[in-house]
Design a protein around this ligand. Structure first.
Ligand SMILES: Nc1ncnc2c1ncn2[C@@H]1O[C@H](COP(=O)(O)OP(=O)(O)OP(=O)(O)O)[C@@H](O)[C@H]1O
Ligand SMILES: [Mg+2]
Length: 390
C-alpha cells in the first residue's frame, strides 16, 4: 500500500505559500510548492499528484484550471481550493469539478488546513487501494475464467474420448460375440455344399437359422443396453439345453469334436435370464477350455467337462479343461477387459470380461481355480429361478 502521498501546493503569495508548506511538511507527504500556476501545471503534467492544494486566483494559470487538468489525468486525485472571496459562482464551478474542499484565505487555523489535506489524502489512498484490489481481482477473475475454460474443453475432450473408447469396447464386444455363431454358420454352409442327404441339409439349414437368430439377438441387444429395465426380456432358461447348445456352437465354430465336450447337467435346473446371454457365458468358457486343451499335452485326446448342479438357491456350473492351466499371478487378471495371453489376431481378451459382466448383472459370480498340473476350472454361480421344473 502506498504510504507517502504527493501533495502539490500552489499560491502566488510567498508568505501564505511558506506557511502552507510549513504546516504540511511534518505530514506523511512529499510536498512540492509552486508560486505560479504555469509551473504547477508543468509539474502536474510531468509527475501528477495525490492532493492539490491551490489558490484559486493565480496571475497566470488559474487554480480551477489546475484542478480540471489534474482531475482529467487522474480522477482519483483530490483538490482543495484556497480562495479569498468565496462566492456562489466559485462554489458551483468547484462543485462541477468535484473539488474536495475549500479553505478561505487567510486560513482560520493551520490545523484546519492540515486536517483537510489529511482527509483528502485518506480518501485518495482508499480509492487507489480499492482500484489496486479491483484490478488484482479482475486479473484473478480472468485467470480463473481461463482455467475454467481450459477445464471445460479438457472435459469435453475427455467425454469425447471416453465415448469413443466406450463405442470401441462395445464394437469389439459385439464382434467378439458374433464371431462364434458366424464361424458355426460358415462351417454348416460349407457342409451343405457337399451334402446330398436332404435330411442332413435340412438339419444344417435349421441350425443356420438358429445361429443367425443368436447373432440377431446379440446385435439387437445393442439398442437395449441404454434402457433401464432389462427384466422384461428375461425368460426361464433350461440350463442343460443352453449349455448343450453352446457346446455344439463352439465345437462347430472351432471344429472341435463334440464328443470331447462332456456335459453333465441336471435337466431340472432353470434360471431367469435372457437365453442368448446364458449361452454367451458358456460359449466363451467352453471356447477358452477348448483352446487351452488344444494347447496342453493332451491336445489330441483332452476333454472339456461341463457340470451343472444345484447349490442351495443357486445353480453351479463348472467348466473344466485339461490344458496348461493359469499361472497364480495371472488368475486375478483374466477377467480384465483386453487381457489376453494369446498371439495377436487370435484373442482379444474380451471373452471372460463379457462373461463376468453378464454373470454379475444376474447377481451371480464367477471364480477360477487352477492348481498346478490340473488345467483350469471356471465355476459360475447363478440364482435359481423360482419357476423351476418340478
Ligand atoms: N481355460 C483356460 N485355461 C488357461 N488360460 C485361460 C483359460 N481361460 C482363459 N484363460 C486365460 O485368460 C485370458 C483371457 O481370456 P479371454 O477369454 O478373456 O480372452 P482370450 O481368450 O484371450 O481372447 P478372446 O476370448 O477374445 O478370443 C486368456 O488369454 C488366457 O490367458
Ligand atoms: Mg476367450
Amino acid at each position: 500500500m502506498e504510504t507517502v502521498g504527493r501533495v502539490v501546493v500552489v499560491d502566488d503569495e510567498p508568505v501564505i505559500l511558506d506557511l502552507l508548506v510549513t504546516v504540511l511538511k511534518s505530514g506523511p507527504w512529499q510536498v512540492d510548492a509552486f508560486r505560479s500556476g504555469a509551473a504547477a501545471r508543468d509539474h502536474l503534467l510531468a509527475h501528477g499528484a495525490d492532493v492539490l492544494l491551490t489558490d484559486k486566483n493565480l496571475p497566470d494559470v488559474g487554480g480551477l484550471d489546475l484542478v480540471a487538468l489534474l482531475k482529467e489525468h487522474d480522477p482519483a486525485a483530490e483538490c482543495i481550493v484556497i480562495t479569498g472571496f468565496p462566492s456562489l459562482d466559485t462554489a458551483l464551478e468547484a462543485m462541477q469539478l468535484s473539488v474536495f474542499d475549500y479553505i478561505v484565505k487567510p486560513p482560520r487555523s493551520i490545523f484546519e488546513v492540515r486536517q483537510k489535506v489529511e482527509r483528502a489524502w485518506g480518501k485518495v489512498r482508499v480509492v487507489r487501494e480499492n482500484g489496486r484490489l479491483l484490478s488484482k481481482l479482475q486479473d484473478r477473475n480472468a485467470s480463473l475464467q481461463e482455467a475454467l475454460e481450459r477445464l471445460q474443453s479438457t472435459q469435453t475432450e475427455l467425454i469425447q474420448s471416453e465415448k469413443l473408447a466406450g463405442i470401441g469396447t462395445l464394437a469389439a464386444g459385439v464382434a467378439h460375440e458374433v464371431s462364434s455363431p458366424l464361424f458355426g454358420i460358415l462351417g454348416l454352409a460349407e457342409a451343405i455344399v457337399d451334402e446330398d442327404d436332404v435330411e442332413v441339409v435340412h438339419e444344417h439349414a435349421s441350425e443356420i437359422v438358429e445361429y443367425s437368430k443368436h447373432i440377431r439377438d446379440i446385435v439387437t441387444e445393442l439398442t437395449r443396453y441404454s434402457r433401464s429395465s432389462r427384466d422384461e426380456y428375461r425368460t426361464t432358461v433350461t440350463l442343460a439345453s443352453a449349455i448343450a447348445d453352446a457346446a455344439k456352437l463352439v465345437a462347430r465354430s472351432v471344429r472341435f469334436p463334440i464328443e470331447r465336450i462332456i456335459v453333465d447337467a441336471d435337466p431340472e435346473l432353470v434360471v431367469l435370464a435372457r437365453t442368448n446371454e446364458v449361452q454367451q457365458i458358456f460359449v466363451n468358457l467352453i471356447k477358452n477350455a477348448i483352446e487351452a486343451t488344444l494347447e496342453g499335452e493332451s491336445a489330441d485326446s483332452g476333454i472339456v467337462t461341463v457340470t451343472a448342479v444345484k447349490s442351495g438357491a443357486h445353480v453351479e456350473v463348472s467348466v473344466r479343461d485339461q490344458g496348461p492351466g493359469i499361472d497364480a499371478d495371472a488368475v486375478s487378471l483374466v477377467f480384465d477387459p483386453f487381457y489376453t495371453t494369446k498371439p495377436p489376431g487370435e484373442g482379444t481378451g474380451l471373452g471372460l470380461n463379457i462373461v463376468y459382466r453378464i454373470v454379475t448383472r444376474y447377481s451371480g459370480s464367477i471364480t477360477v481355480s487352477s492348481p498346478p498340473g490340473t488345467g483350469a476350472c471356471f465355476v459360475v454361480r447363478l440364482p435359481r429361478s423360482n419357476a423351476e421344473i418340478a
